[in-house]
Ligand binder design. Structure first.
Ligand code: FES
Length: 151
């Protein structure tokens, strides 16, 4: 091997080595910065009690909840997320039930399953009155369907 061929192979080797090190460093950097999916906060305020009419549930799209305001029994908050595959259910005043448009699950007024494929009842979330006078929902606190906040 003459000197010119030796230098040519040496240069090619250095380029290959540099590329391998760069790729490895990229992989290490990717490993050190894990993929994180940020969820919206699970505790949030939904306005004043007076913002909610009696009788008809209010659907909050972004939070995917129904807020019920009963004159005698107070506030309750139901999840609008179907327990089958997570579609958003609708509440029908005509039969007082929740209907899932995806696969036809029906939930009674208390969230229990009338017919599947949903395997579990709808969740009900704790709602409290915050110090500033607003209703505050905590989706991390599942409560019985009978839970009510009297204001
Ligand atoms: S997601 Fe509701 S029935 Fe399938």
């Amino acid at each position: 091997m003459n000197r010119r061929a030796f230098l040519s192979w040496g240069t090619a080797g250095m380029v290959s080595l540099s590329s391998a090190v760069a790729v490895s460093m990229g992989a290490v950097a990717r490993f050190l910065m894990p993929s994180v999916f940020y969820e919206p906060p699970q505790t949030f305020k939904i306005g004043k009690p007076g913002d909610y009419a009696f009788g008809v549930p209010t659907f909050l799209v972004d939070e995917k909840i129904f807020v019920f305001h009963d004159r005698d029994r107070g506030f309750s908050v139901a999840s609008a997320v179907c327990t089958h595959l997570g579609c958003t259910v609708a509440h029908f005043q005509s039969d007082q039930k929740f209907h899932c448009p995806c696969h036809g699950s029906v939930f009674a007024a208390d969230g229990s399953v009338v017919h599947g494929p949903a395997p579990k009842p709808l969740n009900w979330f704790e709602v409290i009155l915050a110090r500033d006078g607003q209703l505050q929902v905590d989706k991390d606190k599942i409560v019985p369907a009978t839970y009510r906040l009297m204001v």
